[in-house]
Design a protein. Structure first.
Length: 242
């Protein structure tokens, strides 16, 4: 019986991991689809698509899935048509939240996102209601390793066209304008030989809001609900991280 129970536990964990992987692949496929629809199916000519493919490969997404998503985006494969929507609102304690959605059903997504906000004590706002509290920036992260000198990394980043560099506990974070993000990443990675740990164009908050107690618990619940939504691609907030 113990062996049978152990097998059931293993199978349960495997099924749970498969579900998580499937959800992640779905979101990555939508991202690839969207970038291919925006700028074409050639990653050499479409930086957004190239980044989406890189993220998918980093998550071990099969090449067939990537190819199928590109074909859907360029209209070479019949399938569902997705719509890109950004929702803005305030979470518990007045935390500003932006939610990027890619959906085949606008009404369903609006209802589910609104429900997640209201359940946590927050509320959705009109377009532009919190966007002014964020800057769109390119973020490039390089893990600190022996032999990496901060001044040299800073010089290389600035020479490549970056705006700034800040040092965190275990990494360097380089910021760029969205327009030069791809060229800076390429220069650092290919020309200077840096190993880039993470790179994306994101909405970066201008100021942060701190929460504690019940408000923080409600904010965690809101983020969990949004992350569990298959239509949600990205979530940005100005929550001050502990």
């Amino acid at each position: 019986m113990s062996g049978h129970s152990k097998w059931n536990n293993i199978q349960h964990k495997k099924n749970a991991m498969d579900a998580i992987r499937g959800k992640a692949f779905m979101k990555l496929s939508k991202d690839i689809f969207l970038e291919a629809r925006r700028g074409g199916g050639d990653p050499d000519m479409n930086a957004g698509l190239r980044h989406a493919i890189e993220k998918a490969k980093a998550a071990n997404m099969p090449n067939d899935n990537i190819s199928r998503a590109i074909k859907k985006g360029t209209g070479n494969l019949d399938g569902v048509t997705y719509e890109e929507i950004t929702y803005e609102g305030y979470g518990p304690g007045g935390v500003a939240v932006m939610v990027d959605v890619l959906t085949d059903n606008r009404n369903r997504s609006a209802s589910e996102i609104r429900h997640a906000f209201s359940k946590s004590g927050g509320n959705l706002g009109e377009s532009g209601s919190v966007a002014f509290m964020f800057d769109k920036q390119g973020l490039i992260e390089i893990e600190k390793k022996d032999g990496l000198d901060e001044d040299q990394v800073m010089m290389d980043a600035i020479d490549a066209g970056a705006d700034d560099l800040r040092t965190e506990e275990d990494r360097f974070v380089i910021t760029t304008s969205p327009e030069v993000f791809d060229s800076v990443k390429k220069a650092l990675e290919e020309d200077k030989g840096y190993e880039i740990d993470r790179a994306e164009v994101a909405m970066v908050p201008k100021t942060k809001t701190a929460l504690s107690g019940e408000d923080l618990d409600k904010m965690d619940a809101l983020m969990d609900a949004l992350e569990d939504n298959d239509d949600v691609q990205d979530i940005y907030s100005n929550l001050e991280e502990a």
